[in-house]
Every structure is written in structure tokens, then in C-alpha cells.
Ligand binder design. Structure first.
Ligand SMILES: CC(C)(COP(=O)(O)OP(=O)(O)OC[C@H]1O[C@@H](n2cnc3c(N)ncnc32)[C@H](O)[C@@H]1OP(=O)(O)O)[C@@H](O)C(=O)NCCC(=O)NCCS
Length: 151
């Protein structure tokens, strides 16, 4: 698996992964064009030649934006069939590496309170809960947690 920058040719694959992930914000094609416009940055995780599995080669993505002195992680997802193999961790570490290289001092993100997989990923990287918005999400109803990490 390799992590590389998100390119316009990846948007179909990103939208397909997104559709399989009801936990995350469902963005439009236009939203992802903001990467090309330089308003945010993104990476994809791609199977490399020889990994041989059938199915799509792009299996995960992450998008973020720089709002100095913070970086906000906007969306991260891994295709259901590719989870629990470290892909989410690789994508998340890549975005944190970028954030540090940009001189950001803090990273922020928002997550459903019931999203155990995402919370484990974030807690392992020293993200802490700093806020809660009760019943912020619908379908299903859930609180939103605001997490931050000092970089
Ligand atoms: C969250 C997500 C990106 C993690 O991707 P992944 O490739 O499975 O992550 P990894 O394999 O790198 O695992 C990261 C950690 O989470 C843990 N984890 C993964 N799935 C888990 C689950 N269902 N329940 C509890 N922990 C889980 C792993 O054990 C690992 O912890 P460790 O480092 O202590 O071993 C993935 O589950 C996903 O795409 N979920 C749907 C979209 C989503 O919720 N995005 C976050 C929105 S804020």
C-alpha cells in the first residue's frame, strides 16, 4: 500500500468509498475539486502492483485544510474490505506529518461519539476530547466530539 497525493482522477474512487461509509460527511464531486483549487489537501492509499487483489486500487483517502495555526482533518475513510490493516493509520500519519511540515501547532477534527474505530485511531495519536455537541448528527442520532492534538 502506498499513500500519495489525491489527484482529480481519484475522485470517482473517493466518492465510491465515501458512499460505503455512512459515518462520514457525504461530499460532492465539487467539494473534492477544492483540492485541485488548493483550498485543501488530500491523500489516497493505493494498492501497489503485486498486491494483486481484485477490486479497486484506491482503498482510502483523507482530506484536510490549513487554517493557521491549526490544521483541520475534514474527512478520512477506508473502504470496508480494506480496514484493520493499518491503512487508516498510514493516511492519518501522513496528514499529521504534513501538518507539522506546514508549521501547524494544533490539529482538530470532529467525530461521532459512537465511532469507536475512529476514536481509537485518534486517541493513539494523542488526540483529546475538548468539546461535545449533543445530538449533533442524525441518521442515526449521535453526539459530535471535537478532538484536538498538540503537534
Ligand atoms: C476509522 C477508519 C478510517 C480506520 O481505518 P483502518 O484502516 O481500519 O485503521 P487501522 O487499521 O489503521 O486501525 C487503527 C486503529 O483502530 C483500531 N480499529 C480499527 N477498526 C476498529 C473497530 N471497528 N473497533 C475498534 N477499533 C478499531 C485498530 O485496532 C487500530 O488500533 P491499534 O493501533 O491500537 O491497533 C475506518 O474504520 C473507516 O473508514 N471508518 C469509516 C469512516 C470513518 O468513520 N471515518 C472517521 C470519521 S471522523
Amino acid at each position: 500500500m502506498a499513500v500519495r497525493e489525491l489527484e482529480p482522477r481519484d475522485v470517482d474512487a473517493v466518492l465510491a468509498i465515501q458512499r460505503a461509509c455512512p459515518e462520514i460527511a457525504q461530499w460532492s464531486r465539487l467539494d473534492y475539486e477544492r483540492v485541485e483549487a488548493g483550498e485543501m489537501v488530500g491523500w489516497v492509499a493505493e494498492r501497489i502492483a503485486g498486491e494483486g487483489a481484485l477490486g479497486p486500487s484506491v482503498v482510502g483517502f483523507v482530506v484536510a485544510r490549513n487554517i493557521p495555526p491549526e490544521v483541520e482533518i475534514l474527512n478520512i475513510a477506508v473502504a470496508p474490505e480494506a480496514r484493520k490493516h493499518g491503512v487508516g493509520s498510514d493516511l492519518f500519519d501522513r496528514v499529521l506529518e504534513w501538518a507539522r511540515s506546514e508549521g501547524a501547532t494544533q490539529a482538530i477534527l470532529e467525530v461521532r461519539a459512537g465511532n469507536d474505530a475512529a476514536l481509537r485511531l485518534y486517541h493513539r495519536r494523542e488526540f483529546h476530547i475538548v468539546g461535545r455537541r449533543p445530538r449533533y448528527y442524525s441518521n442515526p442520532v449521535d453526539d459530535a466530539l471535537l478532538l484536538t492534538a498538540t503537534l
